[in-house]
Design a protein around this ligand. Structure first.
Ligand code: CMC
Length: 437
């Protein structure tokens, strides 16, 4: 970390000695004040629920400039990666820091495709779930269960174990997501076919049946691949921080990633794509474009927690660059399928236009995020709404692993252990049951 010439001074109005705090500069982005010695020197903690002002780690992987609406993976703008690279190149970049050259790309693709099958026993484990289980409930279980299947890659402190578990997770997630889907619709599982691309293979496992081959459509495969690229990493978001915190105890990589899957499920995070599409469906049922005003009024009145799902972001205070790319993909996919007049897409665009001009959203800098359009694309591809978040988890797995491995390799890493401001009862004596009122 590069120290700044400037130091921060923390002073107290009760005359306690002040404390000088070092400041570090990153290569870009806000500087950080190092408070690690604060408790030892002052006996005080900082208070920052939701980590509004706290950098919990130092990282070299992903950078977001929320005011500019900029997203960089290892320094490369997301727009260039989404246009010039495929998902496996992006995985290589996130894991290794550099884009692969042609021979590295061939070797990495071969390595990943060699691991696409899952242990045959996995299907019997899957059978224990109800057929109507939510795919994210299934995914949380299946990913956690991988640690019971691959005993040779569970030591997070062993670099070879970390490497092989990373490849296994990236390779097996499409197989597991499609198995979760096939299970819920009662169709036989389709085994991976390794001469297809990563996205093409996933779509075949989703949509082929033993009686009918799935012929991938290039525009749709490219759209799926772009969804994966756009969701691959997003610096210290809730699920990534969960993976880091979980992994900081030394648990195995599969267990840490399963914790990320569980966190991602929430509607304020990865579950927003499902929630956004359901919301569009609800507005459509209310009467569609005509009723947008009425719906926006409910949102602004904060009526029963009604939110404009797919809008707003903790970091982006400008248009999410991923949403722009997703809107572009939406046009391409709907065009390729002859669905240019898709009523939900029209509704989404009308809703976006009205919201972007409305004082409530302008004042709070609420813009569409990636989830506003990704659901429409996935639905057009044929992915069922309840599987959207599992597709997000599939794509985010590489980011979680890259961040986890970065943490384990950091000599300054410690088990995560936040402190608290305690406001409960102070010490008191337990009364015998008969004496309690
Ligand atoms: N609709 C209506 N009002 C909103 C919305 C929204 N989608 N998002 C934020 N606000 C309001 C919020 O009520 C608050 O208003 P006030 O100042 O009057 O109290 C203000 O904007 C600031 O919001 P916040 O909740 O303090 O912001 P946050 O940084 O804690 O939350 C968020 C960020 C993403 C959780 C939130 O914007 C949200 O719930 N959005 C909808 C869910 C969604 O689309 N999530 C996907 C995020 S992108 C994918 C990912 O990375 O996981």
């Amino acid at each position: 970390m590069t120290p700044s010439d400037v130091k921060a001074t923390l002073s107290f109005s009760d005359g306690s000695p002040s404390m000088a705090l070092p400041i570090y500069k990153g290569t870009v982005g806000p500087e950080v004040i190092d408070i690690r010695k604060l408790y030892a020197q002052t006996g005080k903690f900082t208070y920052d629920p939701g980590f509004l002002s706290t950098a919990a780690c130092n990282s070299t992987i992903t950078y977001i400039d929320g005011d500019k609406g900029e997203l960089l993976y290892r320094g490369y703008p997301i727009e260039q990666l989404a246009t010039n690279c495929d998902f496996l190149e992006t995985c290589y970049l996130l894991l290794n820091g550099e884009l692969p050259n042609p021979s590295q790309k061939i070797a990495f693709t071969k390595l990943v495709t060699n691991h696409t099958m899952v242990n045959e026993q996995m299907q019997f484990f899957l059978r224990g779930f109800r057929r109507d289980a939510h795919p994210m409930a299934i995914m949380t279980g299946l990913v956690g269960a991988l640690s019971a299947f691959y005993h040779d890659s569970t030591d997070i402190n062993n670099p070879q174990h970390r490497e092989i578990s990373a490849i296994r997770l990236i390779a097996k997630m499409p197989t597991l997501v499609s198995m979760a889907y096939k299970y819920t619709v009662g169709q036989p599982y389709i085994y991976p076919k390794n001469d297809l691309s990563y996205a093409g293979n996933f779509m075949r496992m989703m949509f082929a049946t033993p009686c009918e081959e799935y012929v991938p459509n290039d525009v749709l495969v490219r759209a799926m691949d772009r969804i994966f690229i756009l969701h691959a990493d997003h610096e210290q978001n809730a699920s990534t921080s969960t993976v880091r915190l979980c992994g900081s105890s030394g648990t195995n990589p599969f267990a840490a990633i399963a914790a990320g899957v569980a966190c991602l499920w929430g509607p304020a995070h990865g579950g927003a794509n499902e929630a956004a599409l359901n919301m569009l469906g609800d507005v459509q049922k209310m009467g569609g474009v005509e009723k947008i005003g009425e719906f926006i009024k409910k949102v602004k009145d904060k009526e029963a927690g009604v939110k404009l799902m797919g809008f707003g972001h903790r970091v982006y205070k400008n248009y999410d660059p991923r949403a722009k790319l997703m809107r572009e993909t939406c046009h391409e996919v709907l065009g390729a399928l002859g669905l240019e007049n898709d009523p939900l897409f029209k509704l989404a665009m009308a809703l976006e236009k009205i919201a972007l001009e409305d004082e409530y959203f302008v004042a709070r800098k609420l813009y569409p995020n990636v989830d506003f359009y990704s659901g429409i694309v996935q639905r057009a591809i044929g992915i069922p709404v309840s599987l959207f978040t599992a597709v997000f988890a599939l794509a985010r797995t590489v980011g979680w692993i890259a961040q986890l491995n970065e943490m384990i390799g950091d000599p300054e890493y410690k088990i995560g252990r936040p402190r608290q401001l305690f406001n409960g009862a102070t010490a008191r004596d337990v009364k015998p049951l008969a004496a309690r009122v």
